[in-house]
Write a protein that binds this ligand. Sequence first.
Ligand code: 5GP
Length: 134
Amino acid sequence: MTIFARIIAGEIPCHRVYEDAHVLAFLDIGPVSDGHLLVVPKETKAQLHELSDESAAAIGRVLPRLARAVMQATGATAYNILQNNGAAAHQAVMHVHFHIIPKLGSAGLGVGWNPGTLDAARARELVASMQAAL
Ligand code: 5GP
């Protein structure tokens, strides 16, 4: 059982900001910036692609409202939504979660971004295989 499953079950306390039938949102214990919020589906799944449509929709329904609350509480006018899947992608807790991380001066998420160039032939291949997978 992950730490987040135990928080959802009420076995471990959290600073709860929001809860409904499908979603729990609480403050991150190691905030990258003031107001760093975690938004977690109650469904016990490790990674985003495993979520049911119902859970995914429930998260999508409340994320913008929670982002507005984070902005209002902290005064942030910029923020990042971060959602890690897999240890190689920096996921530490193997229960789906979305981070809402306000950008407050130099505090907030640092993003490493190394853009390449999209090859046209590769783009056609990718579109075909992704569409076949949907
Ligand atoms: P990940 O790297 O998996 O995307 O992020 C996991 C996040 O969960 C981290 O930001 C970490 O600070 C947070 N976290 C880990 N354990 C706890 C906990 O027991 N309570 C709370 N509120 N946050 C936690």
